[in-house]
Each structure stands twice: as structure tokens, then as C-alpha cells.
Design a protein around this ligand. Structure first.
Ligand code: FCB
Length: 485
């Protein structure tokens, strides 16, 4: 064995007590969209828009988890996972987003949580994984402040129902996607392409998170935890030319720092005004909001899939005032010879290392981290060696980040099973378990067996990642509080 081989093969062990789980989201797996009084969500509406989702697919049936949950819990038991991250469909519980509670919707989650706990699986509940009640969208959705208040009320309803059995709460999943992909780029529900509206949505999501954290904390029992999940992508300029570096900085702001700065840095990102001042006057911000948004959390959930390699590009809209929040004069590129997933996503475990170590060094008060999603998409082969390699290498990068000082407490693989992959529909598959959507037969893939062995003996052998951490999230000036705030 050469020195390089030895370095590649060096075994690393995770600490005892590290949490292992899988993750899913309500709209992607439940189906049963009109069962037991569930209200409409923005995804039900969006899926009906011509051209919005590949092949006109929707989450109407998905994995029929609403009826097959027991079988899915049994799969988790086979896997040996000690935790499961799932989301609650807000419109199942509050069909109009507010007002009367739908007991039958709540009962579904009660049954699920009871079965998980009986099986020794700790539930990690995400309150919002993108399925806003359509009734609230009709009143302005996340563009308006009222939705943040309604979110806090909904959090309280959920804690009332499940607080005795659920100790781990995640307010939001990836507010970047809800706000910017949904209200800026228009690729996700509600399909809007706005500037001011998308930035208002980002702000109100953060505000709703802060209000919900405060509400949950008032009710929480000792030892219970509340956190938030962000998707993190280090941005890498393709050249060191200033225009590419500036483009990468704008992208880093849009995806990462827009959220991490107010949550963990106590300030809006310092380049918000410079980047977005032409499309918004930030009138959605009010005195005191930053303090609410920055309410301390017990953990940060990190979803990591890839780094973003970017270069400067022409803006889509010539008139700066009419640009969407997503129209930043930046283009994402796939570097030549890049390792890619079955979906063509760049595979770079070092990006996970950079994210974990970069956040740790940037935010002295960063709470402990759980990797709440990480996974590999392909077309659904059962002998999914590509997924095994991906998981192994990202677990190795996690270990190395912990050695470098990151406080990581758990890892949730996306996903337990193949499911409705949003605008890509059913063709993109991320599961450890294959789902035949015609018969609803579940078949564990090779990666499921690999993961089961790994969880039983969490020693990972994969490429070693070390510093220095050279990413914009670490290299950009910290935010500043606006004068008078
Ligand atoms: C994340 C989403 C999750 C899933 C994965 C592949 O952005 O949170 O629902 O779609 O991507």
C-alpha cells in the first residue's frame, strides 16, 4: 500500500451517541392529499400548473405513506436507524392555515410518532417543509408578515399535540428554497418570479422561525431541542477574475449568508443593500425583528448536497428594478472532469467539510450541528454503488470536520425511500429503498444494506479532507446591524 492509499483508506470512527437517521418530507411521501379533511397546499396548486412539474406529476399518491406508514417504520427498524426526520403537512392539521384544528390530521402524526417511539426511533419533526396552506398563499403567503404569526400558532398546535413524545423540533426546512426558488426563481411553489416579494418571503420565513422558537421554548420540557435547517452550498468562482469572484459573493449571499447572518451573526448580511437595493426598499423589516430571528436555537440542521461553481453572466432582465431576487448576473457551471451524481449534481464531499468547518469558524456562537439531509440522486437502480460511494465519502468528510473542531451530533440520509422530487417529479430517486409507484412495493437497495452495516459499526474509510477552508462563507465580512436597529 502506498502512502496515498493509506491516507485514502484511513478508518475513522464516530463517537458513541452520534445520531443516525433518515429523512423525508410530507408532500414527497404521504399522498392522500384529500384524505381526512386535509386542506390544499401550494404544492397541490403548483403541480396543476402546466409545465411546472416534469411529466405533469404531483404528490397526489406519492409513496402512499399516509396509509403505509407502519411498513415504512418497519423498514427503519430493519435499517437500525435511531432517528427519523419527517415533516408535518400544515394543511393536514390546519386546513385553512389557521383557525380550527383538524383532529384527524393530527391523529395521523400521533400514530406515526407512537410507532416510532415503540420501535426505538427518535422523531425529529420538521414543521415546515414547503407545503404552505393554499389559503394562506391566497392572503399573500410568505410575502406578508401575518404568515409568520400564523406559523408560530401552528407550531404551538403541534407542540400541544406531540410535545410529550417529540423532543426534537425543526422549524423550517431550507428557507432559501421556500423564498428564493418559490417566490424568486419560480421553479417551486408558488411559482412566482419576484424581487421584493421573494426577499420579503425570506425575511418572513426567518421571522416565523424566530416566533416559533420562542413559542416552543415557552412550552418545552427540559432536554427538548429546537432548531432550524438550512441548505448550505459553498460557492466557488470558476476564475479569480474580480467579476467571477463578485458573482460568487452574490450567490453566497443569496443562498447562504442571507440566512446564516441574521440567525447566527446577529445582523443582516452586510452586502444585502448593495446586492438587492435596486429591487427592494426592505420595508418588510421592522425594529426588533433581528432579535426575534436571532433567538438562540439548540441546533442547526445542515442540508448539504453540492458546492456551487459559478461565473459572472448577463442578467436576464435589463432593468435592475424589475429583476427577480434570483436574477443576480450569476451562472452555475459544472467544472470539467467533475465527479457527478446520477442526476448530474457535482459530488464534492470537501464542500461538506468546508461548510461544517467554515460555519464553526465564522460563528463563535454556532450551536451543535446535525446534518439533516445528505444524499445521492439517480434513476433508481437497486445496485446503487454510486450512492454508497457518495455516502461513505460524505461521512468521511463529516468525521474530518469533527476532528477539525465542528460539533456535529447526527446525520440523516436523504432519503429513506424514493419519493416525489418536487419539480423533477418521480424520475429523480434518492432513496435507500426503491419504491415501485404502480404497486407501492418497497425494495431495499444495496445502499440500504451498506447503511445498515455502517450504522451497526460506524467506522468509515474514505478520502481524507483537511483544511485550509477557503470558501466565501468564511471569507466575506460579517454583517452589520442597520443604524438605529
Ligand atoms: C432538498 C430538499 C429535499 C429533497 C432534497 C433532494 O433540497 O429539502 O426535500 O428534495 O433536496
Amino acid at each position: 500500500m502506498t502512502a496515498t492509499d493509506e491516507r485514502l483508506a484511513m478508518p475513522r470512527t464516530f463517537p458513541a451517541g452520534f445520531v443516525w437517521g433518515t429523512a423525508t418530507a410530507a408532500y414527497q411521501i404521504e399522498g392522500a392529499v384529500s384524505a381526512d379533511g386535509r386542506g390544499l397546499s401550494i404544492w397541490d396548486t403548483f403541480c396543476r400548473m402546466p409545465g411546472a412539474v416534469a411529466r405533469g406529476e404531483s404528490g397526489e399518491f406519492a409513496c402512499d405513506h399516509y396509509h403505509r406508514w407502519q411498513e415504512d417504520v418497519d423498514l427503519m427498524k430493519d435499517l437500525g436507524a435511531g432517528a427519523y426526520r419527517f415533516s408535518v403537512a400544515w394543511p393536514r392539521v390546519l386546513p385553512d392555515g389557521r383557525g380550527p384544528v383538524n383532529r384527524r390530521g393530527l391523529d395521523f402524526y400521533r400514530r406515526l410518532v407512537d410507532a416510532l417511539r415503540e420501535g426505538g426511533i427518535e422523531p425529529y419533526v420538521t414543521l415546515y417543509h414547503w407545503d404552505l396552506p393554499q389559503a394562506l398563499e391566497d392572503r399573500g403567503g410568505w410575502r406578508v408578515r401575518d404568515t409568520a404569526e400564523r406559523f408560530a400558532d401552528y407550531a404551538e398546535v403541534m407542540y400541544d399535540a406531540l410535545g410529550e413524545s417529540v423532543s426534537n423540533w425543526i422549524t423550517l426546512n431550507e428557507p432559501y428554497c421556500s423564498a428564493i426558488v418559490g417566490y424568486g426563481e419560480g421553479r417551486h411553489a408558488p411559482g412566482a418570479r419576484e424581487g421584493h416579494g421573494a426577499l420579503a418571503a425570506a425575511h418572513h420565513l426567518l421571522l416565523g422561525h424566530g416566533l416559533a422558537v420562542a413559542r416552543l421554548r415557552e412550552m418545552a420540557r427540559p432536554g427538548q431541542q429546537v432548531g432550524v435547517t438550512l441548505n448550505m452550498s459553498p460557492t466557488v468562482p470558476v476564475t479569480s477574475a474580480p467579476r467571477d469572484v463578485q458573482a460568487a459573493r452574490r450567490m453566497d449571499l443569496l443562498v447562504n449568508r442571507q440566512f446564516t447572518e441574521p440567525l447566527f451573526g446577529g445582523a443582516y448580511a452586510s452586502d444585502m443593500a448593495e446586492t438587492f437595493g435596486r429591487i427592494t426598499d426592505f420595508s418588510f423589516r421592522r425594529d426588533g425583528d433581528l432579535d426575534i430571528i436571532g433567538t438562540p436555537v439548540d441546533f442547526l440542521g445542515v442540508n448539504y448536497y453540492y458546492r456551487l461553481h459559478v461565473e459572472a453572466a448577463p442578467y436576464e432582465e435589463a432593468d435592475p428594478a424589475r429583476r427577480s431576487a434570483f436574477d443576480l448576473g450569476v451562472r452555475t457551471v459544472t467544472p470539467q472532469d467533475a465527479r457527478t451524481s446520477g442526476l448530474g449534481w457535482v459530488v464534492e464531499p470537501e464542500g461538506l467539510y468546508e461548510t461544517l468547518v467554515g460555519l464553526t469558524s465564522r460563528y463563535p456562537d454556532l450551536p451543535p450541528v446535525y446534518i439533516t439531509e445528505n444524499g445521492y440522486g439517480d434513476d433508481g437502480v437497486l445496485e446503487d454503488g454510486g450512492r454508497i460511494d457518495y455516502l461513505r465519502d460524505h461521512l468521511a468528510a463529516t468525521c474530518d470536520a469533527m476532528t477539525a473542531g465542528a460539533d456535529v451530533r447526527g446525520y440523516f440520509c436523504w432519503s429513506l425511500m424514493d419519493n416525489f422530487e418536487w419539480a423533477r417529479g418521480y424520475s429523480a430517486r434518492f432513496g435507500l429503498v426503491h419504491v415501485d409507484y404502480d404497486t407501492q412495493v418497497r425494495t431495499p437497495k444495496a445502499s440500504f444494506h451498506w447503511m445498515r452495516d455502517f450504522i451497526a459499526d460506524p467506522v468509515v474509510t474514505g478520502p481524507v479532507t483537511t483544511g485550509p477552508v477557503d470558501i466565501l462563507v468564511a471569507g466575506t465580512p460579517r454583517g452589520e446591524r442597520p443604524a438605529g436597529d
